[in-house]
Design a protein. Structure first.
Length: 239
């Protein structure tokens, strides 16, 4: 069955930056470990294969993924009603970063109960969720959780699917790290865009330090991510 994207949901990264990156900023291909572990979250029609991109998630092993709570609880706009887009699904990227292959459906095992919901004008703490792939073949690799806390001033990367398109790296500088938040500032030319919500924030060793929750508009915008350690406390992975 062919898959066909039919449009991006208006709920894509509700509180994220809307600045569009220049084509020159796109990589020819993301690293293999990122490409196989970072996936697109979408609502899909299982009969037609049509889908609407929502955000990003990443594999942490044994069919478990993490994302932002506001991604996996999103509601599609009215224009998508009656199109059969009821199946929460994951797609992975080809060698060029394009989300081509349907992996399978998922369910939400946990949305952090401390999260207070979404708001167009704010980013709330504990915006994280744990999801599990129900069918299909899980990615061959999983992202590592960082065993060290990076220092202020270090460069970090956010890997996600802006507007549900190609897997894209947003590079940022770490401004602040607390128990709940990673605060980062985008480098000019490498912004986060709608669709990056739920993306892993990784250090220079490609280990996860956070899950992108959102931010504000503008050049060199500041973004907030839930720390991976806070996410693990709110939604521990079953062993």
């Amino acid at each position: 069955m062919a898959t066909r994207r039919i449009g991006a949901a208006a709920s894509l990264l509700l509180v994220s930056i809307l600045l569009i990156a220049s084509a020159a900023s796109l990589q020819a291909a993301p690293p293999a470990s990122i490409r196989t572990a970072v996936v697109l979250v979408a609502k899909r029609n299982p009969e037609s294969g049509d889908y609407v991109p929502i955000g990003t998630a990443f594999h942490i092993g044994e069919r478990w993924f993490r994302s932002a709570a506001h991604v996996v609880t999103a509601t599609l706009p009215r224009r998508f009603e009656g199109k059969g887009l009821e199946q929460w699904s994951l797609f992975d990227a080809d060698e060029f970063g394009n989300p081509r292959r349907f992996i399978g459906p998922f369910d939400v095992a946990c949305a952090d109960s401390r999260w207070k919901g979404k708001d167009d004008d704010g980013v709330f703490p504990h915006d994280s969720a744990l999801i599990r792939l129900l069918a299909g073949t899980a990615p061959a690799t999983a992202l590592r959780i960082a065993d060290r806390r990076p220092a202020v001033g270090e460069t970090v990367s956010v890997w996600g699917f802006p507007e549900g398109s190609v897997l894209f790296e947003s590079r940022s500088t770490l401004l602040e790290l607390t128990q709940e938040w990673v605060l980062i500032q985008n480098e000019t030319g490498r912004p986060t865009i709608g669709g990056h919500s739920g993306s892993p924030v990784v250090d220079r060793g490609e280990s996860v330090i956070g899950i992108l929750a959102g931010g504000v508009r503008g050049i060199a915008a500041r973004q907030r991510a839930v720390t991976i350690w806070d996410a693990e406390r709110g939604c521990p992975r079953p062993r």
